[in-house]
Ligand binder design. Structure first.
Ligand code: TPP
Ligand code: MG
Length: 329
């Protein structure tokens, strides 16, 4: 971990954002197991790479095409804790889809968070399209898209990266390699050693980084952004960590991996490593930590309560945006 030019405040800000994502996720599981919300798909184990990568982007101009685990990315880009709970409860005020899509299908126009579909990897060609538009219109921005390592076996991945490589488009592909695609371990997903090695087949720069090291991820995304804006084309980044939870609240991971393996990975959890580093350097004190934890708890309590009480979508609006309205025909 080389912290480069980060001030102490900036390092703490990053930590707080990662911690917020973790604490929201933990609350989601409690709400799910107590029968309050129907589904959880977690970011736990991937917060470090998500927040570090987003920090290297320009949230005022860049477009992001997150996937379902990217709580850290969407929080950084401006989605609020309250909005996260509104989507978990599928309430009318859910910014993603007004309660129509599954949780984790993030989309919010004002923050340039582009909505995705449930079939994995469909966000990749969309991101390439946005990068093509930016190039054609001469706009100085990048599109940033994330996906799991299992999703790199989809056709959309090949089509998107090939087109982006040929046309040298300003797009950053970040693969969040958490070592599983539901029950399928990495070695049964791909025969190649590194996902990042696939970049050479598309004529683009590829880099593999430790996804538990915020500064390594930040540096990789920052350089990728500079490359994109200089007209040097796209980058494929593979950031490696581990999925600390089951695939979703509907999965039992003990049917395909061991408790010992999960415990071992928990002991090198990037969030804990980063916290310990900040403590060792005296940047995070016990006092700051306590204050931060209680502030986040309050924010999460308020958001949960708000979302619980918020109105459900009006059933009369069910087919809105599905069929064109008579007035519009
Ligand atoms: C095209 C398609 N096939 C299968 C699924 C079911 N599915 C949802 S998530 C997932 C695993 C994806 O694994 P990975 O890309 O590694 O992402 P992770 O969930 O590990 O973050 C699968 C197979 C789907 N949503 N879309
Ligand atoms: Mg995976």
């Amino acid at each position: 971990m080389d912290k480069g030019k980060f001030s102490n405040e900036e390092q703490l800000e990053m930590y707080e954002e990662m911690l917020l994502a973790r604490r929201i996720d933990e609350r989601m599981w409690l709400l799910n197991r107590s029968g309050n919300i129907p589904f959880v798909v977690s970011c736990q184990g991937q917060e470090v790479m998500q927040v570090a990568a987003s920090t290297a982007l320009d949230k005022k101009v860049d477009y992001i095409l997150p996937y379902y685990r990217d709580l850290g990315v969407v929080l950084h880009f401006g989605m609020t804790t309250k909005e996260i709970f509104l989507q978990a409860y599928a309430k009318a005020e859910d910014p993603n889809s007004g309660g129509r899509q599954m949780p984790g299908h993030f989309g919010q126009k004002k923050n340039r968070i582009v909505t995705g579909s449930s079939p994995v990897t469909t966000q990749v060609p969309h991101a390439v399209g946005i990068a093509l538009a930016a190039k054609m219109e001469g706009k100085s921005l990048v599109s940033f898209v994330t996906l799991g390592e299992g999703s790199t076996n989809q056709g959309d991945f090949h089509e998107g990266l090939n087109f982006a490589g040929v046309h040298k488009l300003p797009v950053i592909f970040m693969v969040e390699n958490n070592k599983y695609a539901i029950s399928v371990p990495l070695h049964k997903q791909v025969a190649c050693e590194n996902i990042a090695d696939r970049a050479i087949g598309y004529g683009m720069h590829g880099i593999k980084v430790d996804g538990n090291d915020p500064f390594a991820v930040y540096q990789a995304v920052k350089e990728a952004r500079e490359r994109a804006l200089n007209g040097d084309g796209p980058t494929l980044i593979e950031a490696v960590s581990y999925r600390l939870t089951p695939h979703s609240s509907d999965d039992d991971d003990m049917t395909y991996r061991t408790k010992e393996e999960v415990e071992q990975e928990k002991s090198i959890d990037g969030l804990i490593q980063y916290k310990e580093k900040l403590k060792k350097e005296g940047i995070l004190t016990d006092e700051i930590e306590e204050k931060m934890e209680s502030k986040l708890k309050e924010e999460i309590n308020e958001a949960t309560e708000y979302a619980e009480k918020a109105p459900n979508p009006d059933p009369g609006t069910l087919s809105d945006y599905v069929y064109s309205s008579k007035e519009g025909m």
